[in-house]
Design a protein around this ligand. Structure first.
Ligand code: TPP
Length: 383
């Protein structure tokens, strides 16, 4: 059965074909020429860095999937196939911008400088979070679908009130980006976040990775109209991009973030991509997906697409590829060792960060819990 390419829809920004050739934007894309010019400013060094980031993200993701299969992680949400959407958009961020991710944004975490091994705490069940959001302006993962988009809009309204928007000083102006899936757009929270962002002109970019599936529910049952059309209803300018085209993802996000930092308000981006693996390691996509569909999208692999461009332009050669492969091997070996070193914290530590200052009632609860725990130890010892 032939599968049509959803990115062939007029008005979708694509600057790199699935074969890895640069193309002019579709005339129906608003500001298409300006977006293409922005992507053209990415020099060879930057493109190679993007390719390395995509490759390292995939290697890390593959390693984490294996670790789950070996019983080292409780669960893993694979990001395979979504590397262009994540790396392209993340490269458009400035250090002072703030990211509210969902739970699959491993590539964005990597570009923000977060050591990706820290993502494993949550999935090994040794911590509720696993990293400090402050150093990289990369918030903790959110498992409750769409709820973090409200946090993003709220944070963006805070930035506005701090006077960090539209000052004209690039060192001061900042913006927020939030990542979520196609399924999340059906949640009330996402719609509320869009309403508040639009009516307060908040500096926030809504980056929807439409990976075609919300676990087993296809995007066709989540929306009667293309997701990009939702933005207009809220008064949020919107753009649909080929999410497997790293150039298009970069250009659309850079433009949206610049608008937000200038004080011109929110943007909604629908990046049309494909989740090549399972929803998580608990899922079996063969139960609801056809092999032809997976094969179709396999030919649209975002990493192979960028590799073809870089090979043709003489930016990527065997030596550079070998360097990236060696870096990936080093990263994954480190991740494996780190993962196995993670042990559960003492159960009592859950009381440690509830209040900044000592608190009598909490101290009493901790003490009760300690006694309760040792009663089990006593019982075991006496057996
Ligand atoms: C509020 C809420 N409802 C339901 C779930 C269960 N759930 C986990 S993932 C998921 C599908 C999400 O799909 P989508 O938003 O498209 O993101 P994707 O995982 O495909 O990236 C659902 C329904 C949840 N975590 N939170």
């Amino acid at each position: 059965m032939p599968w049509s390419d959803p990115c062939d829809v007029p008005g979708t920004l694509r600057l790199l074909t699935p074969q890895g050739e640069r193309v002019a934007p579709d005339p129906a894309v608003p500001n298409g020429e300006a977006l293409a010019s922005l992507a053209a400013t990415l020099d060879a060094e930057r493109l190679l860095a993007m390719y390395a980031d995509m490759s390292l993200t995939r290697a890390f993701d593959r390693e984490a999937t294996s670790l789950q299969r070996q019983g080292e992680l409780g669960l893993w949400p694979e990001s395979r196939g979504q590397e262009a959407a994540q790396i392209g958009s993340a490269h458009a961020l400035a250090p002072r911008d703030y990211v509210f991710p969902s739970y699959r944004e491993h590539g964005v975490a990597h570009v923000r400088g977060l050591p990706v091994r820290e993502l494993l705490h949550l999935f090994r069940g040794t911590q509720h979070g696993g990293w400090d959001p402050a150093p990289h302006n990369f918030h903790l993962y959110t498992l409750v679908i769409g709820s973090h988009t409200l946090h993003a809009t709220g944070y963006a309204m805070g930035i506005q009130r701090d006077g960090d928007v539209g000052t004209g000083d690039p060192a001061r102006d900042r913006a927020v980006i939030t990542y979520f899936g196609d399924g999340a757009t059906a949640q009330g929270d996402v719609n509320e976040a869009l309403v508040f962002a639009a009516t307060t002109n908040a500096p926030v970019v809504f980056f929807c990775q439409n990976n075609q599936w919300a676990i087993s529910a296809p995007s066709t049952v989540q929306s009667a109209v293309p997701l990009v059309e939702r933005g207009g209803g809220f008064g949020v300018p919107s753009i649909r991009v080929d999410g497997n085209d790293v150039l298009a993802c970069y250009a659309a996000t850079a433009t949206a973030l610049q608008r937000a930092r200038r004080g011109e308000g929110p943007t909604f981006i629908e990046a049309v991509t494909y989740r090549m693996g399972a929803h998580t390691t608990s899922d079996d996509p063969t139960r609801y997906r056809m092999r032809e569909e997976e094969e179709h999208w396999g030919q649209r692999d975002p990493i192979a697409r960028l590799a073809a461009l870089l090979r043709a332009e003489g930016v990527l050669d065997d030596e550079a590829q070998a360097r990236i492969d060696a870096e990936a091997a080093e990263l994954t070996a480190g991740v494996r060792t780190y993962c196995r070193s993670l042990t559960p914290p003492a159960p009592e530590s859950m009381f440690d960060h509830v209040y900044a200052e000592p608190h009598q009632r909490l101290d009493a609860e901790r003490s009760w819990f300690r006694d309760y725990q040792s009663s089990f130890l006593d019982a075991t010892a006496g057996r």
